[in-house]
Ligand binder design. Structure first.
Ligand code: GLA
Ligand code: ZN
Length: 666
């Protein structure tokens, strides 16, 4: 075990010196040092430079880079360099190229074109990691190992014959034999029964309009996540052997949008959780999604220290339109992640590339050089993060948990469902946002996790809920907790088989309701509730079996039927929201829930002014992030570490501004 000790708030980014002549390296180091960079991620896409021919390693240049960083007091997050194989590898081993579900080869020429099951690829990757760990495993600059990069990016699932064989082995391990597979996959349907394991294939392209077996699809996603994880474990084994004192991480990939991996499972295998989060510049609520991403990352880190590994200092290159960040946005984005538990803020990348597919992606050092607003903002941020060092290692306070499941997301995405408009993570976002607006911090938790210590648990769109997930919510409420479940939750078990007896099977008794039939709305259709608020997408023909109706439908397919219910269960209360309430409708329900549960905000605030508290042995810090265009005032006493002001009862934060209050008397 190699523990990660946050000593300060780390600051830095991906550093790709192999794209530059050596005379630029000295300037890079001087500028990084000027900006207060503490951590540089090196070597992510360097395989072709480290092993230019099979078995011939050229590691000296990387040694020079690490020595240079160390001399400047900058640590390295050293990549295992396996993110993208060099062209020679797949020329030598063409079977290592990935095949998509239509049987098409994905060719090299971009990045990450390899089959995750390929033995040739794995053997060569392990050999490279052995070289790197052997040479640099105790280099004084190396503070962290960065395994792969955004596992699953570009090629998350391969459908080749090697993967098919791996899938069969995985299925036999999971189900013990063919009978188990036939029963989990319900192959009595459509003549799908397998009589020999060798007949089983990945869910490849099927005839038009004929959906592949849903459990086969779901299991393939589980298998694909596990297969990529095997790669990480192979590298981890080498590193534990050759570099036991250096902790390991891998950057998870924008987990609120990218769902190829079961990150709950992955988080168990790293010493420090890190993630990438990039804003969607066209989404006016992208900063709320950034908060959700941070809350999820903190959940994966079990409330402990984590790192934001990548975001853009300014523009990205991969959205249809790529504006620069507005003045002050970089600082606000950074502080938001730190407010929510990050002990490091790193970007892609240190110096903007001049060539290649990402040349219009911003870097800390822009094309235009250092006489730029961006560079001045980078310097400001570096010095602010240094001042915030005292926050490192403290924990975020939260009384509300939200269950977030990759299985549930995968299953929800399967085809031939009651409505294409039920999409994950629509409701998680909506409920999180309603709480965010009130300054209530939410921890994201794994389905089935113990929920003690929370006052409220939110369970949005947990379509697939296994028995453990259902029991955890039930026990929580029985013990006095308040739960809010939204529609299309608890419908199927872990095999995607419907739980019979009325919906939502897994939560029916807890919620004190029984739904006979779904009544999803047609495209564009809305319904009005008895409080005048509107809803869309979903209604259901719900009967009360112990619960009370808090809202009913005034019109729509099931007029008079309950739309929101409340049920006293054990010592607690279970709420059900049976329709896709508007933001106002969602808020008014959550207002009642948090009031009844006695949940407090980090500070009294107004929508758009984000407040979060971190608390540690040294005291507590209130972060205030003003995402609005107006000045905001929040009650606070202590010292604002951003402005240096002493506060007596109130902190005023300008439009787009930030404050970090070291709280008096805390
Ligand atoms: C991802 C990758 C980086 C880079 C950035 C660009 O996060 O990990 O290598 O491509 O995207 O935004
Ligand atoms: Zn494959």
């Amino acid at each position: 075990m190699a523990p990660w000790h946050p000593r300060r708030i780390e600051f830095g980014g991906d550093y790709n010196p192999e794209q530059w002549p050596r005379d630029v390296w000295a300037e890079d180091r001087a500028l990084m040092s000027q900006a207060g960079v503490t951590l540089a991620t090196v070597g992510v896409f360097s395989w072709a430079h480290l092993e230019p021919e099979p078995g011939r390693y050229e590691l000296d240049w990387l040694g020079d880079v690490l020595d240079g960083l160390h001399a400047q007091g900058i640590g390295a997050d050293l990549a295992t360099a396996t993110a993208s194989p060099p062209p020679w590898l797949t020329r030598l081993h063409p079977e290592a190229l990935p095949i998509d579900h239509e049987g098409r080869t994905r060719w090299p020429g971009a990045r990450q074109a390899y089959c995750p099951s390929s033995t040739a690829w794995r053997t060569r990757a392990v050999a490279l990691v052995e070289q790197l760990a052997g040479r640099f495993g105790s280099h004084p600059a190396v503070r962290l190992w960065h395994l792969g990069n955004e596992y699953g990016c570009h090629t998350s699932r391969c459908y080749c014959d090697t993967c098919a064989a791996g899938f069969r082995r995985w299925l036999l391990r999971r189900y013990g034999g063919l009978d188990g597979i036939n029963s989990a996959w319900a192959t009595a349907f459509w003549s799908q029964r397998y009589s020999d394991v060798e007949e089983i294939l990945p869910p490849r392209l099927t005839p038009d309009g004929a959906w592949a077996n849903p459990t086969q699809q779901l299991d393939y996603r589980r298998f694909a996540s596990d297969t990529l994880l095997e790669e990480l474990l192979l590298e981890k084994e080498v590193l534990r052997r050759l570099s036991p004192d250096v902790p390991i991480t891998t950057n998870f990939m924008v987990m609120t949008r990218f769902n190829q991996l079961d990150y709950w499972r992955w988080a168990e295998e790293v010493d420090v959780v890190s993630t990438d989060y990039y804003p969607e510049f066209a989404d006016p609520l992208t900063h709320v999604e950034a908060a959700l991403s941070a809350d999820l990352t903190r959940g994966l880190a079990d409330g402990g220290s984590w790192l934001l590994m990548e975001t853009s200092p300014s523009a990205v290159n991969w959205q249809p339109r790529n504006p620069a960040k507005k003045p002050g946005a970089l600082r606000r984005d950074a502080l938001q992640q730190i407010a929510r538990g990050a002990d490091g803020f790193n970007v892609f990348q240190v110096r903007a590339s001049l060539a290649g597919a990402e040349k219009f992606h911003s870097g800390l050092i822009p094309h235009a050089g250092t006489d730029t607003r961006l560079w001045r903002e980078v310097l400001d941020l570096g010095s602010l993060l240094e001042r915030l060092g005292e926050v490192a290692g403290s924990r975020v306070e939260s009384e509300v948990a939200m269950v977030w499941g990759y299985d549930a997301w995968w299953a929800c995405e399967l085809d031939s469902h009651p409505s294409v408009d039920v999409r994950y993570p629509d409701r998680p976002r909506a409920l999180h946002r309603a709480l965010w607006d009130r300054g209530i911090t939410v921890d994201l938790v794994r389905p089935g996790a113990a929920l003690d210590g929370y006052k409220v648990v939110v369970v949005p769109t947990l379509y697939l809920a296994d028995d453990a997930a259902a029991a955890a919510v039930r026990d929580f409420v029985a013990g006095g907790g308040h739960a809010v479940v939204t529609y299309f939750s608890g419908i199927v078990d872990e095999h995607d088989h419907v739980r019979p007896g009325g919906y939502p099977g897994a939560f029916r008794e807890l919620l004190g309701i029984r739904t006979e039939e779904f009544a999803p709305l047609l495209e564009g259709e809305t319904v009005v509730l008895d409080d005048g608020s509107t809803a869309d997408v979903w209604t259901e023909d719900l009967r009360l079996e112990g619960a009370e109706a808090v809202r009913t439908y005034a019109d729509g397919p099931v007029p008079g039927a309950p739309a929101v219910t409340r049920h006293a269960f054990g010592d607690g209360t279970a709420w059900y929201i049976a329709t896709r309430t508007s933001p106002e409708g969602t808020s008014s329900v959550l207002d009642r829930v948090v009031a009844e549960a006695g949940v407090g905000a980090a500070a009294v605030t107004t929508p758009g002014v984000e407040v979060v508290r971190r608390r540690g042995e040294q005291g507590s810090w209130l972060f205030v992030l003003n995402h609005t265009g107006r000045e905001a005032a929040v009650p606070a006493s202590g010292v604002d570490l951003v402005s240096g002001d002493d506060l007596d009862g109130e902190v005023r934060v300008g439009p787009g501004g930030v404050a970090v209050v070291r709280e008096a008397g805390a």
